[in-house]
Design a protein around this ligand. Structure first.
Ligand code: F3S
Length: 394
């Protein structure tokens, strides 16, 4: 693999321990994927922030890096295990909070922006078309590639952090134009709701497993629908890029795009996906915001409640950036008056949710349902926003 003089010097330790460690990780990756060289990146998004997933070993690794390491490019952070301001109100145990704060301090020393969201593109880290990135967090990766037309592989937390410290990543995979063409055409019905988009993504991810779908027929979908579609595709499949005819930037620039393999998905199959995954539960928690909610989703939930107070624990997970925007609009106060909490910096999958006495949830996110059910052992009901509002007010 070709390395510039500066890259050689980083690897040789001239820039300190963290830069050397970062280059070792990147060179090893480059060799595995036969990258010819590195490419400079515009930003990084780093996952692996919750102490629940990192444990003491992960914390130690971060502390070592943060002794002399600094990120070279704007770097944002995925959710951690608690709301940094309201962790006591969430019911987070003190010993967990203490460790989580140590993790956050290590990232702060590394110069990472404490955005703590999986929607960095709603929180000031919005890449441009063709920008090379090193992002981790599968829903953010697929959004950056597909909806924004930026270029990133599906990084893990350590490789994204290594790329942030070195300011570059190996040039392979989705960084190369020839690897971004569709591998399968999907004809699907017009999507009406975010829930349907989430279900279609989940269904396609499950059927296809890998590859790059070019989706036709779903209509002029909104950014929130694209966010939900991508999260579903990336959760049940290893998919990091999709195109939507007439909507996503690469499909718009290349209207003749096609693939040899074709499949069709019927509306009944999309509906059936919720029935398969959903259980009949009396939820301890009702939530939206996986991926973190946009301002439009906060508004939709408030509208769906139609002035009714919630009668059980109801949370919306959102970035602090979106929360601040909602605060200015007076929306946070209105939601709180109805009993709805907007929780920041964390998410139901990376928070220690069982220690909060939660063993069943209702949500509109197929991604959250998949993880909470399969990895967390929780009971999950899937419903669209209106159904969740009904359930919360009942
Ligand atoms: Fe985001 Fe957590 Fe869902 S990181 S995509 S809210 S699982």
């Amino acid at each position: 693999m070709y390395l510039t003089r500066e890259e050689e010097r980083m690897l040789g330790g001239e820039y300190g321990y963290a830069a050397r460690k970062a280059m070792e990780i990147l060179v090893a990756l480059g060799k595995i994927y036969e990258a010819e060289r590195m490419v400079e990146i515009k930003s990084a998004q780093v996952s692996g922030v919750s102490y629940k997933n990192l444990g003491d070993e992960g914390l130690e690794f971060l502390e070592e890096l943060s002794r002399d390491g600094r990120v070279r490019v704007p770097t944002t952070l995925n959710p951690c295990g608690m709301d940094l301001e309201n962790w006591r109100r969430m019911g987070i145990p003190g010993d967990f909070a203490e460790k989580q704060l140590e993790v956050i301090q290590a990232y702060r020393r590394l110069g990472v922006e404490l955005t703590l969201t999986c929607t960095p593109y709603l929180a000031g880290n919005k890449p441009g078309y063709g920008d090379h990135l090193a992002w981790s967090e599968s829903s953010a990766v697929i959004y950056a590639n597909s909806v924004l037309g930026a270029r990133t592989n599906r990084e893990g937390g350590p490789s994204a952090l290594a790329a942030a410290i070195a300011g570059r990543t190996p040039l392979y995979g989705l960084h190369l134009a020839e690897n971004r063409l569709p591998t399968v055409e999907v004809r699907a019905p017009k999507l009406e709701t975010i829930f349907e988009a989430s279900a279609l993504g989940y269904l396609l991810g499950r059927i296809l497993g890998r590859g790059i779908p070019l989706i036709r027929g779903i209509g002029g979908v909104s950014p929130d629908q694209l966010k939900a579609l991508g999260a579903g595709l990336a959760a049940s499949g290893g998919i990091a890029l999709f195109h939507v005819e007439g909507v996503t930037p690469e499909a718009v620039r290349n209207p003749g795009m096609k693939a040899d393999e074709r499949i069709t998905v019927e509306r009944g199959e999309i509906r059936g996906e919720a029935e398969k995954l959903s259980e009949n539960v009396d939820p301890d928690l009702i939530f939206i915001g996986c991926p973190h909610a946009s301002i439009e989703e906060l508004l939709s939930f408030h509208m769906a409640l139609d002035g009714r107070k919630v009668r059980r624990r109801t949370w919306i997970f959102a970035s602090r950036a979106v929360r601040d925007q909602a605060e200015k609009l007076g929306l946070i106060g209105k939601l709180r008056d109805l009993g709805v909490e907007v929780i920041c910096d964390t998410c139901p999958v990376v928070a220690p949710i069982r220690s909060l006495g939660i063993s069943s949830v209702a949500t509109n996110s197929f991604k959250a349902a998949y993880y909470l059910r399969n990895l967390g052992g929780l009971k999950v009901a899937l419903k669209p926003i209106e159904g969740l509002a009904e359930e919360a007010a009942r």
